[in-house]
Design a binder for this molecule. Structure first.
Ligand code: COA
Length: 164
């Protein structure tokens, strides 16, 4: 198994993996989307095993577009944002779930975040994505707050994170 930085030459792999990760809600992504995220400076890591790409994770600097909309359990959490990065996208091929690939990708992403000198990691997850929430719990992420109407009207996001 190897985990390496993805480049624009991997856009098709990323589109494909996103389409086969079993995510049950409408979330189609195109080459254009991944290209745009790379061009704004996001880091993409891709996991390969058995000669095929099995999953990817992306890391971004921006925690949220508008932190005033975030309802935090503890408002002092805001002070950590300048010392944090966010996991934006995470996807493992559905036929390979529960093989440890998600954990391996997250561990590598956290190494990258620490190497960038950051002390906290955050991410958003829809509350109905219970599988992902169990996954993040297994990695000691904790609920930090909620972002109302993040996805569309009435579709809220849980804001979770941890200190590294
Ligand atoms: C979330 C996701 C990345 C997890 O990847 P994975 O490779 O299956 O995760 P791992 O094998 O490393 O799982 C580690 C632990 O997380 C927990 N976990 C993972 N999937 C779980 C599930 N479906 N149900 C309950 N717990 C789960 C378990 O504790 C698991 O350990 P175990 O298998 O020894 O019991 C994967 O399910 C996925 O790609 N989902 C679709 C895309 C998605 O929802 N992305 C997140 C968007 S916010």
């Amino acid at each position: 198994m190897i985990i390496r930085k993805a480049t624009k030459s991997n856009l098709e792999n990323l589109v494909y993996l996103n389409s086969v990760d079993g995510y049950p809600w409408e979330c189609e992504m195109y080459k254009y989307d991944f290209k745009r995220f790379m061009e704004r400076g996001d880091t993409f890591l891709i996991l390969e095993n058995g000669g095929a790409a099995q999953g990817y994770i992306s890391i971004t600097n921006k925690i949220t577009k508008d932190s005033s909309k975030l309802i935090l359990l503890d408002k002092s959490e805001l002070a950590n944002f300048e010392n944090a990065q966010k996991i934006h996208l995470l996807s493992v091929r559905k036929t390979e779930h529960r093989n440890g690939y998600g954990t391996a990708l997250m561990e590598k992403a956290i190494d990258n975040i620490k190497e960038a000198g950051k002390s906290h990691v955050y991410l958003f997850v829809p509350p109905e994505n219970t599988k992902a929430i169990s996954f993040y719990s297994s990695l000691d992420f904790q609920v930090k707050g909620i972002y109302p109407n993040k996805y569309t009207a009435g579709k809220h996001a849980l804001f979770i994170g941890k200190k590294l």
